[in-house]
Write a protein that binds this ligand. Structure first.
Ligand SMILES: NC(=O)c1ccc[n+]([C@@H]2O[C@H](COP(=O)([O-])OP(=O)(O)OC[C@H]3O[C@@H](n4cnc5c(N)ncnc54)[C@H](OP(=O)(O)O)[C@@H]3O)[C@@H](O)[C@H]2O)c1
Length: 205
């Protein structure tokens, strides 16, 4: 299987060695390949054109910021990802897409701290896109589209953004758990339109 990992970041760096062992080939596309999601000139088509094969794409890339403008979060966490996915789907119509949400994505926004509302709203938009294209692309080309919704795997890069984990279970979810969830999605051909929480029950609270 030829995997493409988009924006490996912190969780992705933990995934890569395992994915490289388990599958035949892994191609990494990072910011230096596709550019800044927030740039007005963002156009990932050239990076996508460089791909020679793709059976599945894992979109690790995402941006967490407190008190961010809605449009900024929407661009980084949804529009840029879906632009990449559209371009990949045109080149590899049967490829499987796996997006990364957040276990808190479908909480009512008004119940959440204002500081993270724009971020959660952008993950909500990505969830809607994930389920919409799972149906559309599944019917058209047989492509699968799934999502992982991580809980608090790693603290935010900026310590000032840290908050209580808020999970039902301890310990927190781990990168190893994310790898196992990804492996399940990659190896189970009948699963599409699935949002798989890897969150120690954070989504239940
Ligand atoms: N970590 C967690 O516990 C947790 C919890 C819930 C959800 N998630 C979600 O899981 C995914 C992976 O999390 P993570 O902690 O590994 O993410 P991360 O390390 O913060 O970032 C992942 C990637 O996003 C890229 N990125 C960020 N802003 C960008 C921009 N403006 N333009 C282009 N690329 C950009 C980063 O590129 P650079 O390396 O070039 O900056 C990095 O490769 C994310 O979608 C995140 O929202 C994570």
């Amino acid at each position: 299987m030829h995997l493409v990992v988009i924006g490996p970041g912190r969780i992705g760096e933990g995934l890569l060695p395992v994915l490289q062992t388990n599958s035949e080939t892994v191609t990494v596309l990072s910011r230096r390949d596709y550019g800044d999601f927030l740039a007005e000139t963002f156009a990932p088509e050239k990076a996508v054109a460089s791909l020679t094969a793709c059976d599945a794409v894992i979109y690790c890339a995402g941006l967490f910021e407190l008190n961010a403008a809605e449009e900024r979060m929407l661009q980084a966490n949804c529009k840029a990802i879906t632009q990449l996915a559209d371009a990949i789907h045109v080149r590899f119509p049967k490829a499987h897409h796996i997006t990364f949400l957040d276990a808190r994505f479908d909480r009512p926004l008004a119940s959440q701290p204002f500081a993270i509302q724009s971020y959660l709203k952008s993950k909500q938009a990505l969830a809607v896109w994930t389920l919409t294209v799972a149906k559309q692309w599944g019917l058209e080309t047989g492509a699968r589209v799934n999502a992982i919704a991580p809980g608090p795997v790693l603290p935010p890069p900026d310590k000032a953004h840290s908050e209580k984990a808020g999970t039902c279970l301890t310990p927190r979810p781990s990168v190893k758990d994310i790898v196992q969830a990804l492996t399940f999605l990659l190896q189970t051909p009948s699963v599409t339109g699935q949002i798989l929480y890897v969150a120690a029950g954070q989504q239940l609270l």
